[in-house]
Design a protein around this ligand. Structure first.
Ligand SMILES: *Cc1c(COP(=O)(O)O)cnc(C)c1O
Length: 425
């Protein structure tokens, strides 16, 4: 058969496939509802006997085209857009966990996800054990219990920039009979496709590089279709036993490889409703069309900025996995040979106060909560995103108190470096 198209072409072309006379550009289906000819037709949709749109809280054609593009970028069988990255990670877990269950998560992860797992999910009765991702396999396996339902980690952690040994994590998850869920926000499928290394589910905050312009908050869950839920029938009973809210339908029997992502859509999205707006999905698609170009430029610029910082004697330390002396250089070369991401972290001699003054002196780089968009931006996690964490939790999440998170944009690298130079004084 025909050759598989390259990822750059997928960025530009996938998802929306217009037929004769239809718009070339993905339209925004700005409609909550969809019309049918007979009551019978509509009833069959509610029973999942037919597929079709009926209400945008569950599915919308604009969203589905964008989800299909992301599924193809990741090499998955299906995807679902969510209103934010937070919703994506919550749904990814909640789709297979309930009160009384437990998950194991890498400790160095995004502060919002850390809070979600450590505080909010505990209130729902879902417990978490955080582990050091660099610990040996045997050590990590000790965190698993009979009620453990998933292993979670980030490809490149935000903001500590720990690079995950995905194959090691996939081995651990599968030896324990649970899926590996990877948040691939920072690497994006341009630099790393976790399914190729054994991950089962991938999540994204599309708010970051995928949108790329800081225009819309969004998230996505992608299903590889590879995890064998039926093999652990009792453990994943939500997928393998009858769902009373659909007259006893069994997801694995009816939807096969699409069981997980279908359940997330028709059950969780129906009941919890964090859908992405079609308008935002449209903007996300515009971002995705240039993802390959932007990510390459982010990485090229970040490499130059990291090298500049590394050679500057006002800088105490630099963390960027593209630097050969970085702890994660070899892992990054293995999993992301073309580049990792545009985010660098570093600390200045003089510590926390000097770091804050440096940030205030920057002119081109703006202080914003955001990362991973076209404009260079900067943040002090201990004062901003991770403010809620105790010092102990900060260290556990891999965030030193003097850490500056520097998100390198796609401007000219000379201008970014000149701004840093003048701000260092
Ligand atoms: C930003 C981020 C999130 C949360 O996404 P939102 O879109 O802000 O809800 C989750 N994971 C990672 C790695 C992130 O960077």
């Amino acid at each position: 058969m025909g050759r598989e198209r390259k990822i750059e072409t997928t960025c530009v072309q996938a998802g929306w496939n217009p037929k004769k006379g239809e718009p070339r550009v993905l339209p925004i289906y700005q409609s909550t509802t969809f019309k049918y000819e007979t009551s019978e037709q509509m009833g069959r949709l509610f029973d999942l006997e037919d597929s079709g749109y009926f209400y945008t809280r569950l599915q919308n054609p604009t969203n589905d085209a964008v989800a299909a593009k992301i599924a193809e970028l990741e090499g998955g069988v299906g995807a679902m857009l969510t209103s934010s990255g937070q919703a994506a990670n919550f749904y990814a877990i909640f789709n297979i966990c309930e009160a009384g269950d437990h998950i194991v998560s890498s400790a160095p992860i995004y502060g919002g996800t850390f809070n979600l797992f450590a505080v909010t999910m505990k209130k729902l009765g879902i417990d978490v054990t955080f582990i050091d991702p660099d610990a040996p396999k045997e050590e990590i396996e000790k965190a698993f219990k009979p009620n453990t339902k998933a292993l979670f980690a980030e490809t490149i952690s935000n903001p500590s920039l720990v690079v995950l040994d995905i194959e090691k994590f996939a081995d651990i998850a599968h030896s324990q009979g649970v899926p590996l869920i990877i948040d691939n926000t920072f690497a994006t499928p341009i630099n790393c496709r976790p399914f190729e290394w054994g991950a089962d589910i991938v999540t994204h905050s599309t708010t970051k590089y995928m949108d790329g312009h800081a225009m819309s908050v969004g998230g996505c869950i992608v299903d590889s279709g590879n995890f064998d839920w039926e093999k652990y029938k009792d453990k994943f009973h939500g997928l393998t036993q009858p769902d009373d809210s659909y007259h006893g339908l069994v997801y694995t029997q009816k939807f096969g490889k699409l069981a997980y992502i279908t359940k997330a859509t028709v059950q969780l999205m129906r009941d919890l409703g964090s859908i992405q707006s079609p308008q935002n999905a449209f903007l996300l698609n515009v971002g995705l069309e240039t993802l390959h170009l932007r990510v390459a430029r982010h990485c090229e610029n970040a490499q130059r900025v990291a090298e500049y910082l590394n050679n500057n004697d006002k800088v105490a330390w630099v963390n960027y996995c593209g630097l050969p002396d970085n702890k994660y250089y070899n892992l990054a070369q293995k999993y992301m040979p073309n580049g990792s991401c545009g985010v660098i972290s570093f600390g200045l001699k003089g510590g926390r106060q000097t770091s804050i003054e440096f940030m205030d002196n920057l002119k081109l780089a703006a202080i914003v909560t955001h990362v991973a968009d076209a404009r260079t931006s900067v943040l002090h996690p201990a004062s901003h995103t991770h403010r809620q964490l105790s010092d102990e939790q900060l260290i556990e999440a891999g965030v030193q108190p003097d850490l500056i998170r520097f998100s390198v944009g796609i401007e000219n690298a000379d201008d970014i470096i000149a701004d840093i130079e003048q701000a260092l004084g």
